[in-house]
Design a protein around this ligand. Sequence first.
Ligand code: GLU
Length: 455
Amino acid sequence: MREIVRFAPSPTGELHLGNIRTALYNYFLALRTDGTFVLRYDDTDVERSQERFVAQIAADLDWLGLVPARVERQSARLADYDAAADRLRAAGLLYACYETPDELERKRSRQRARGLPPVYDRAGLALEPAERAALEAEGRRPHWRFKLPEGARHFEDLCRGPQTVNLGAISDPVLVREDGSYLYTLTSVVDDIALAITTVVRGEDHITNTGVQIALFEALGAPAPAFAHHNLLTRSDGEPLSKRDNPLSIRQLAADGYEPMAIASLAALVGTSHPVAPAADLADLASTVALGDVSRGPAMFDPAELRRLNAAIVHGLDAADAAPTLADPAMDQAMFWQTIRGNVAFRKEAAVWAWRASASADALLADPDCPPLADEERAVVAAAADALETVPWGEEAFASLAKAVRAQTGAKGKALFLPLRKALTGATAGPELGPWLALIGMDRAAERLAAAARR
Ligand code: GLU
């Protein structure tokens, strides 16, 4: 069966990794069945929805390769919601209520004090026309609740197995606000019917909603789709990710230099029966992760894991893909990439090494990040500057240089290599010095060693 699925973010903030987990699981279903991935903006909340978030969500999905076949906005579908509400009203399933938030809170407190569940008492349903008229004469405007049916609703969750939602424990949900605007519970069902959604994939925080929405599908005379509720991504302290965790927004992660496939691999694989490893592309992930592979427990997000995935992806890039244009066009890109790839976790770090490889000695050593040399280190570097003229240039040049300096100064191990690294690379850690020396060339190496020895 060709699946029609939807990813339905509210444009009230930036997408984070947890949202992407939902988007991916939907996308995978569409990809595996040659189906349709719909992007639906749940933007009926006009106060909190913003156009900049609409644009950012589109940009984030595009960057990740999650391209929707169809885009819908709830704000453009109000006529459908009006029709559905009228139909429910006509069936006696949508009733007017007049309580203020304070009044509702007082009712709930009284119920709790008596040891009862704080479920709405359906006072609105019992109002006679004259009582309604009197309330409206006071200036009150109604909000509208859906009369839930008796009993429970059962469904087979594609992630979690059989589920039961006891509707008796839930208040009749408000579907229409006082100002006439619609709430998500209704709009989502109306859209899922209109778009012929086959499977709804969303976070497990929606399980109770699903029980209510199944009752709404029934009330609107439509078959309910299949449902899958995946576990939620949490921070390492167990707290759910929220839109307030801005450093984890996709926009921010992209700006920090994370690869789209590092983000997608983590978002799809963490908290499943699969190991978290970099996937080649979304199709690869889609063929790996099935909804039934999602664990029951939370999926913990570890920033170190994202970094590790990113590094693995970056290390595997071809030179042509990875290396930025080198400052020194004479430098062999493939050789450059080969030399530094182990030292970069982000593409942008390649640019830093490109600069370090090609900078003049003056620029490199004047760089504020360039570590200073201690006196004994300067002696080692000076010895290297002298010895460089005598060692045969070639693959073994650095080994011969180190040997000569050791013989001359007696320095060995870290005392030998660290000063040479500082002088030749401008950093205390980085690529292997043998290939690095070959990369920057004899003249640049000589100039750096001499300049560092004078510092
Ligand atoms: N806008 C809802 C949310 O972001 C969509 C939930 C759903 O997929 O039905 O939670």
